[in-house]
Design a protein around this ligand. Structure first.
Ligand SMILES: NC(=O)C1=CN([C@@H]2O[C@H](COP(=O)(O)OP(=O)(O)OC[C@H]3O[C@@H](n4cnc5c(N)ncnc54)[C@H](O)[C@@H]3O)[C@@H](O)[C@H]2O)[C@@H](O)CC1
Ligand SMILES: [K+]
Length: 505
């Protein structure tokens, strides 16, 4: 699903008006009708009163139509026009006569007392916002926010005060419980700095012309079920385990064998044909007992945390279809040297996570040695250690994209919507997953899944998109049965099968 800029959204509206064709006032009617329908469906036939605050632009116009539509259905509605400009937009003005009970706010002192707990509809500003809201209009936003513990705030298209595709963290902005957004997700909603202000996002289709969406170019996408279904490849009936590759999982150290077990198990569950776990000797019994399907390749190291004292074994690495490295390996000098040797010996795309990334953060000269098209999966702190810090999440997204292009790597930055930057500059956001997955070992499972998918011959881009989706979906299915709180990393592996079945539906 494409994510468009505010400017592209305006062009999409204009294209629809011209080519459907439909008048702009009717397009507004359609958008507002979807909102009113969502509210009736969500808040029921006997809801608390609706308090609707409308600005002077088309977002305010939506608010006016919502007010009329809800009132026509017999709901208790009060609506105010907040005079943020001298003149209203044409479609805003056209709708005012159809809602004669409209009240007016021309200064903050006129903000009403909303006695009965109700639903505040925020239709002050939408995608037309082009600077911070200032003066008394900002005061209105603060007054709305002051009410947020007594009333449910629903923002129309965007929380008023937020910019669709630029940083606005320090701008006055409505803190919505729900944001009903039209046709496309806005980039701002997908970045953590705006999460708290956006609330739960609901995407409402308003009938934007499909030809516009098909031809418009954007680097930002949200992965959706249709994309995932086109990536997923069913197994060939005549295949054998060799068809699905032999993966090498380099993971674990004394005290951190759990990371190795989780990554190895997830790699097998994702569908790798064969998996060898490269682990320190101290973990041998643990691995053989916990994951009998995996083979083990151990190091006779005196230093149990070190991985590669014997360059001999590393020479075998090129025989593997893919290498996953990082979970729980530690970042001592011997391990860092071993990683360097691995990068010299293995030239196919690999998966690097956790301590492998921490080592590279310490020795940045290793960065250009990572095989082209490999997948890196840093969490925000690891990302910062690798590439430095930024002032806001838009800048961080730019840095992520630049690094993926410069280094010709796929980089997944973990978060609610993990951002996956590709070497061609495209960025995909993954929508599956839940806060229950903020638990020890969830990242090790992701490393295992991605390694398992690469092993089966998925391209790095396909493995990345499908792997992130499956990981989040398995977590969602697990949380549905077990609760977010009780979810542990092992559950994600356990529900991976159901996640696959869900894709095939
Ligand atoms: N164009 C269309 O056909 C449709 C537009 N729709 C609605 O229209 C919205 C966009 O409407 P507009 O482009 O009229 O813009 P808005 O209603 O978002 O904002 C109104 C106007 O406020 C001014 N403004 C910008 N920043 C300001 C600030 N900080 N302080 C004070 N004034 C400021 C701008 O001149 C802007 O045009 C969308 O978010 C959506 O809600 C929907 O009705 C669907 C159809
Ligand atoms: K709004």
């Amino acid at each position: 699903m494409k994510i468009l800029s505010a400017q592209q959204i305006r062009a999409a509206d204009a294209y629809t008006i011209e080519h459907e064709p439909i008048s702009s006032v009717l397009l507004m009617e359609r958008a507002a009708m979807e909102c009113a329908g969502w509210m009736v469906h969500t808040f029921g036939e006997t809801p608390p009163p609706y308090y609707i605050f409308c600005g002077m632009g088309n977002n305010g116009g939506d608010g006016l139509v919502i007010a009329r539509r809800l009132q026509e259905q017999g709901f208790a509605v009060q609506a105010w026009l907040v005079h943020t400009a001298d003149t209203p937009s044409a479609d805003n003005a056209a709708n005012q006569p159809y809602y004669p009970e409209l009240q007016h706010i021309r200064e903050p002192g006129e903000f009403p007392l909303l006695e009965e707990p109700g639903i505040i509809v925020d239709a002050l500003f939408g995608t037309g916002l082009n600077r911070p809201v200032e003066g008394w209009a900002a005061g209105v936003i603060h007054k709305i926010n002051d009410q947020r513990h007594r009333h449910t705030i629903v923002s129309i298209d965007m929380p008023s005060g937020m910019m669709a595709d630029e940083p606005s963290l320090h701008f006055p902005c409505v803190h919505a419980r729900y944001t009903l957004t039209f046709e496309y997700y806005k980039l701002a909603f997908l970045l953590p700095e705006n999460g708290e202000r956006t609330g739960k996002t609901e995407l409402l289709k308003i009938g934007i012309h499909p030809d516009y969406t098909a031809q418009v170019q954007t680097e930002y996408h949200l992965t959706d079920p249709e994309t995932i279904r086109t990536i997923y490849r069913p197994r060939d009936a005549f295949s054998h385990k060799g068809t699905y590759g032999h993966a090498l999982m380099i993971a674990g150290s004394y005290g951190k064998m759990g990371a190795a077990v989780l990554a190895t198990r997830a790699c097998l569950r994702a569908g790798a044909g064969l998996v060898t776990a490269h682990i320190p000797r101290c973990g041998y019994e643990i691995m053989q007992t916990a994951v009998p399907e995996a083979m083990c390749d151990t190091e006779e190291s005196a230093l149990y945390s070190a991985h590669f004292d014997e360059p001999f074994r590393l020479r075998q690495a090129p025989d593997y279809a893919v290498v996953g490295i990082g979970p729980g390996i530690g970042a001592d000098t011997a391990t860092a040297k071993a990683l360097e040797r691995l990068l010299q010996a293995f030239h196919k795309p690999m998966v690097l996570d956790a301590d492998a990334l921490n080592i590279i953060g310490k020795y940045p000269a290793l960065l250009p040695q990572i095989p082209k098209d490999s997948i890196l999966t840093p969490h925000p702190k690891e990302f910062e250690r690798l590439f430095g810090s930024t002032d806001n999440h838009f800048e961080r997204l730019e840095l992520l994209t630049r690094k993926a292009c410069e280094l010709q790597l796929y980089i997944l930055l973990k978060g609610k919507y993990s951002a996956m930057a590709c070497p061609d500059g495209a960025v995909y956001f993954n929508p599956t997953g839940n806060p229950g997955m903020a638990t020890a070992g969830a990242g090790d499972v992701l490393t295992g899944i991605l390694t398992g998918l690469l092993s089966q011959g998925y391209t790095p881009k396909a493995a990345l998109l499908l792997g992130a989706w499956l990981h989040g979906l398995a977590g969602d299915l697990a949380a549905d049965d077990l609760s977010e709180e009780a979810l542990v990393a092992e559950d994600i592996i356990h529900y991976l099968g159901q996640a696959y079945l869900n894709i095939k539906k």
